[in-house]
Ligand binder design. Sequence first.
Ligand code: NAD
Ligand code: IPM
Ligand code: MN
Length: 350
Amino acid sequence: MPKIVTLPGDGIGPEVTAAAVEVLREVAPDLTFEEHAIGGMAYDAHGDPFPQITRDALADADAVLLGTVGGPQNSPWNSLPRPMRPESGLLALRKALGCYANLRPVRVQPGLEHLSPLKPELARGVDILIVRELLGGVYFDQDRKIDGDTAYNTMRYTTPEVERVARMAFWAAEQRKGRVTSVDKANVLEVSELWRRDVQALRDREYRNIHLNHEYVDSVAMLIVSDPSRYDVIVTENLFGDILSDLAAVIPGSLGLMPSASLGDGAGLFEPIHGSAPDIAGKGIANPAAAIMSAAMLLRHGLGRSDAANQIERAVALALREEPTRDLGGKADTRTFTNAVLEAMGTPVG
Ligand code: NAD
Ligand code: IPM
Ligand code: MN
């Protein structure tokens, strides 16, 4: 009986996580679920955005399903010392799990081109995997400070950090079209010079079957939306990957269609890439597709159950055709969409 730790978190997190758990229960009735606190609500309840009780629950977890963390711009959480803020809880969770590679697929399913704001001929057939480095760079480096009118953060990478995430990208590419684009800013940054050198050296030593090229992040920001079909696997550092993946959400049509899997040393972490969406939280209208597709990634990457994952992904594609949510220009609320997914899986809706 695999144990799934669920961390619904803040804002729309509880709404979309509940939908994902419903779908998981139908397709994998043997799973057990244990819910814990993370983010702002964990700070309010325990004085810590990643409390010890949550940390302890991870020890024997087979996978972790996360919702979202964070409050609106005027939230009192945003005035807390940085380590106590909701987002710091999420970063500490990623670190505790050793999840250094964040897989963010960007896919336009056949027949769903109309959900994209891009011309159908540009959106059709897009299938990109962004592999975002998740435990390094400016996010985690301790050489950081704000002091009066001066502040700085440090983007630092070491060769082992670059190699382990690059390996993940090459491994993924071997099961896809065999093409990797490494994204950096090597025309300006030393840290990118090291990144590019190490990714290329690893390819030349161990992955000669992979076609590797290097592109600058500013250019990729343009090309990913104007010619998305040029990409298979993209591998990049933490901050670049964060920004490029929200941008890439434009291709399928919404942040609500972007799931992720964070893999590394131990149990995997599965979460939508979107935030807590304070503007729509509590209204029952959030698009739960990204959370439900993250549950599919949990089955595939966390538990090795590809058939069940495929079943969910097929059902989500059907539901998106029949009952699109409001972020996609449709009318369905969270409940209606989730019911459509359950129905498409062949489950009677109670
Ligand atoms: P956001 O992703 O929460 O929202 C951006 C826009 O997209 C909003 O208009 C929102 O309504 C919409 N949106 C996002 N997800 C949606 C969904 N599933 N269905 C329908 N619409 C959706 O980004 P933001 O407003 O910049 O950030 C809000 C909070 O979330 C901040 O506190 C931020 O730090 C946090 N955040 C958390 C995560 C995470 O938990 N992984 C990710 C990003 C941002
Ligand atoms: C994401 C989010 C997080 C990140 C924040 C909330 C810490 O934007 O998962 O993309 O920047 O990694
Ligand atoms: Mn982000």
